[in-house]
Design a protein around this ligand. Structure first.
Ligand code: WT7
Length: 641
């Protein structure tokens, strides 16, 4: 079997075989790009993307905003589909694996996908969607999610995908924020062999909002009320639909993500810059050639699902694989079987999943032939060395590089990682800034720190083409969240740089990464404190062996004592307000929270108590006596467990 990595001086490096097939294998690329990053991206934009009209100005910066390829015109959907039709129309664009094992895998060629997208674009038009209008998408991992998103980009409509495990309340607030006219959803999906309901939540969310129509994919075959049936509508629609030309800087999509406050922010992405970064990062990070089959396991409700499950592989004319269900259904071998059966070459997943499989045992991957794999990727949260090594040894059989990609919803595409043809591949280290971008580490005043010192990771101008275009209709939020260093983009991540390689150390704000999902402590506190029985609460993350971090809540009740019932009720309430991904792992009922004189809750102290650490100086508290009491409650509860 071909080995794509070799050990050189104690470091994992690309083998000659990898260098031979790699798009980039010469370090020079970094230096060349750095000399003139704007020129570098211009060259990539020209080579990778089909434009209807070339830009007048490659990059315009008026901080805190900046625009790429200004004056350029294109259509995103054309770049994903139409341009591949002539030579590759019969090539498989999408392999869809349903969760129920009795159901057949579905393959859609570029031609077939194109036809469905055109038809659905006409359905959107018929229902009054015009260029610049927003469409909310609340769909599980089924082919229709891709079809609907591409249809939006075809007619220049803005899509806003909401994770299907989010609650009706969470969907509603996102619909209200972007004022969507149409909601596309499904009657449900399969998860762990069970039918998971969706339409009820969708209907509840759409009530008394701007939504005029709900279009439903009948995945479970349920009867509809007054909603439109996706399948029937596309059957009636015409099979051709012209691409709407849009400006490079026009909004392509909005994706909501957690920040430091209770309300999620609408991250705005434009069209041209996003396309360029999605195309090239996907191509170079995963060394995609047109016979590759890429499987990115991320849900389309997150940016990774947008950029690497759907758009990146299609922009590159490759085949992407999408799996509907749960990784452990019907057993822990499911993912490995999917890789074997479909000869997946590039596999991209999150550390949480890797840790889960590691715990499940080596016998599961061992049952399957994973010899088709060339490249492994990871994303979403810091990966620990043990998980990295397990992934490398057991899934890649020590043959495949592990590419640890650092990026964010805001950055649209990956930004920091080693490239497969260049290396090195070092556990827990992400690597270098993608050619044409630059990151440094600064202290809290914005001054660059010494090599090896930990600080705030920032990005320098010119900012990468895929970067956010602002927070939807919220300039203040945009400025305050990302531009505290004025001329440097603040990632809100900690990092240090050693030997030119960047290692991430975790968030610097009150954002948790729970199984790779992003969640603000404030968002959760906001939800919990709306429960009728709750007077006050504080949420802090604690380390979790599998999920990386999980939220723990400290709750002060309005009256009475805490009980298992109230704990259950509050958890249920969180499910309703946000979704089960945000459910606290544990709730402690306390009399009061440690507070400063000005009323600020000292979460730092709660965190220390949870971790059995010294809470430090309590002088600034108005209620220092509460600390000992909370400590006892935590101890008692762990004894019980
Ligand atoms: C945050 C962004 C980027 C797509 C999925 C997450 C953390 C992401 C890594 C990595 C260490 C990572 C950061 C970042 N993160 N990738 N390879 N190593 N941390 O997107 O939900 O917007 O979360 O995820 O803290 O800021 P997101």
């Amino acid at each position: 079997m071909v080995k794509y990595v070799v050990e050189k001086n104690g470091k994992l490096m690309p083998s000659n075989e990898m260098k031979k097939i790699a798009w980039v294998s010469d370090e020079k690329i970094y230096k060349d790009a750095e000399k003139n990053p704007v020129k570098f991206w211009e060259r990539l934009a020209e080579e990778g993307i089909s434009w209807e009209k070339k830009w007048k100005k490659p990059y315009v910066e008026k901080l805190p905003y900046f625009e790429w390829f200004k004056g350029g015109k294109l259509n995103f959907c054309f770049n994903c589909l139409d341009r591949h039709l002539k030579n590759n129309g019969n090539k498989v664009a999408l392999i869809w694996v349903p969760e129920p094992t009795g159901e057949k895998t579905i393959k859609l060629t570029y031609k077939q996908l194109h036809e469905k997208v055109c038809r659905f674009a006409n359905v959107l038009k018929k229902n009054g969607v015009r260029k610049g209008d927003a469409v909310s998408i609340y769909l599980p991992m089924i082919p229709e999610a891709l079809i609907v998103m591409l249809a939006c980009t075809r007619i220049g409509a803005i899509h806003s995908v909401v994770f299907s495990a989010f609650s009706a309340d969470a969907l509603k607030s996102r619909i209200e924020d972007c004022k969507a006219k149409i909601l596309v959803t499904s009657d449900g999906y399969y998860r762990r062999g069970e039918e998971e309901e969706l339409l009820g939540k969708a209907k509840e969310a759409a009530e008394k909002t701007t939504i005029k129509k709900i279009i439903v994919v009948r995945r479970l075959g349920k009867k509809l009320d007054k909603e439109l049936d996706f399948e029937e509508e596309i059957k009636k629609a015409k099979a051709d639909c012209d691409c709407e030309t849009v400006n490079s800087e026009d909004i392509m999509f909005i994706l909501y993500t957690s920040g430091t406050t209770g309300k999620p922010k609408g991250i705005v992405h434009d069209t041209g810059g996003y396309a360029v970064q999605a195309y090239w990062t996907c191509k170079w990070n995963f060394n995609l050639h047109d016979d590759d089959i890429m499987w990115c396991t991320a849900d389309v409700g997150w940016i990774t699902g947008h950029s690497y499950a759907f758009y990146g592989p299609l922009l590159n004319g490759c085949t992407t694989l999408v799996y509907e269900g749960s990784p452990d259904f019907p057993d822990y071998g499911r993912w490995w079987k999917i890789i074997q059966d479909n000869k997946v070459t590039v596999f991209y997943t999150a550390p949480t999943a890797i840790r889960m499989f590691m715990k499940a045992g080596d016998e599961w991957p061992r049952k399957y032939n994973l010899g088709s794999l060339k490249i492994l990727g990871t994303v979403g949260e810091p990966i620990n060395e043990e998980a990295w090594m397990w992934y490398f040894n057991r899934i890649g059989s020590k043959r495949c590089p592990v590419i640890d990609t650092w990026w964010q919803t805001e950055t649209g595409g990956t930004l920091i990682n080693s490239l497969p043809g260049i290396g090195p591949f070092v556990p827990t280290v992400s690597g270098r800034s993608f050619p044409g971008t630059r990151h440094i580490v600064v202290d809290d005043k914005g001054k660059e720190v010494k090599n090896g010192e930990t600080g705030n990771l920032v990005q320098l101008s010119p900012f990468a083409p895929g970067m956010l275009h602002g927070v939807y209709k919220n300039h203040e939020k945009y400025v305050e969240t990302y531009w505290r260093f004025k001329t440097k983009y603040d990632t809100s991540d900690g990092a240090y740089i050693k030997n030119g390689l960047i290692r991430m150390t975790g968030r610097t704000d009150d954002v948790m990464k729970v199984a790779g999902h992003r969640l603000a402590t404030a968002e959760l506190e906001d939800a919990i404190s709306k429960d009728n029985s709750v007077a006050e609460c504080a949420v802090v993350p604690i380390a979790d062996e599998i999920k990386g971090q999980v939220p723990v809540a400290f709750v002060v009740l309005k009256s009475g004592e805490g009980s298992e019932e109230i704990e259950k009720e509050i958890k249920k309430f969180v499910d309703k307000k946000i979704g089960p991904t945000a459910r606290p792992a544990k709730i402690y009922f306390v009399e009061d929270l440690p507070k400063t004189r000005s009323g600020k809750i000292m979460r730092r102290i709660l965190k220390a108590l949870l971790n059995n650490e010294d809470p430090g100086n309590l002088m600034t508290l108005i209620n220092p006596e509460i600390v000992e009491k909370i400590k006892e409650i935590i101890q008692k509860s762990s004894e019980k467990a």
